[in-house]
Design a protein around this ligand. Sequence first.
Ligand SMILES: [Zn+2]
Length: 422
Amino acid sequence: MHSNSLGLDDQAGDLADRFAEASRVLAQAQAAQARLLAEAAGLGTRRVAELASPSSREAELPFRSLAAELGAAASMSDRTVQRRMNDAAVLAESLPATFDAWDEGRIGAGHVAVIMEHALPLTDPDARATFEAEALIRAEGTTPGRLGASLARLAESLQPRPLTERHREARASRGACVRDIGDGMAEFISTQPAVLAHAMHDRLTQQAQALKKAAPDDARTLDQIRADLVADMLLTSAPSVETGAGMTGGAGALGAIRGIVNVTVPALALAGVTDEPAELVGRCPIDPATARQLAGHATGWDRVLADPITGCVLAVDRYTPSADMKRFLRARDQHCRFPGCRQPAHRCDRDHTLDYALGGETSTCNLACLCKRHHTLKGETAWTVRQLGGGILEWTSPGGHVYIDKPPSTIHFTPSVDPPPF
Ligand SMILES: [Zn+2]
């Protein structure tokens, strides 16, 4: 029997039906977006085919330029777009049935990622086809998380090559990276051979337990102590690996290298008057207490004091005449000046907007920080840029779109209308 107003359970059921339908529509839209990206990758491939014996670098440039074109139009990072272009092309080429299922909204982006992760290491075409057919049956009606565990076992059973051999190759993917997660925190992630990773964690656990035993009043959790030990050891201890035979510097050369980051601190926060956040330049806000501590022990840190009202940069610490222009640019630009890019300025090139060889001046109104990737994009594809004054850059894409990139803050060394002193 039904009443006019639905009961709570009926409403929940109705919501679930609508949620499932909305999720299906979302999956279809994401698949359509991936189809566009695969089409863009195809366009890049045709461009490359027109080049006569391109180097691997020249062969990548059309893809970079296209990724920048699409990314700028959709307010997405061109690196992200290029990675997804590549993924979409691989999916279309290697797992066509999975792409079809995504088109139809039978599976979502999460399922597709899991299927790709486990299918692509299978290089034998028959094994991969068997895997794909079975994976699609398992994917419908389960979450990507559960699907992953089930597909890992399925893929292992279809692997024609022994684990030893595969591990030797997999070791090449080892690495370390940082991911910002907000609230002044970031994750440090290192990909290691499983044996080393578990040994590291075990050593940290043993050391943390020893600390706990020695100081029972220590309020930190075991996990917090592990984190503190990681930071302590990575930032202070010297690696046992040497730089290689014949290199100068000798023992301890790697150990003498210290990490460098740039931090901006609002002047009043530095003085302890206010609690405004400081900024790890080009990355994320950090808490004022940490910033004050850093500013107090500034070896290896560039301190940039910012005006509390306008956010203008007031002064750059350790100012030296020989490096003043670099410091000005680093403070003005903070990061690479290609639209959307966040590579920190200390890892960027200082690019002459109008080429020096074409008469471009070495002055701050003709210089801008560009990361390697976007420096190359500007120099070797049809992307163009000009300066409009005040550090404002106008980018024009090969497809004719125009993007204005403003520096993160306006900078005045002195409160006057004089141009910078160089
Ligand atoms: Zn860049």
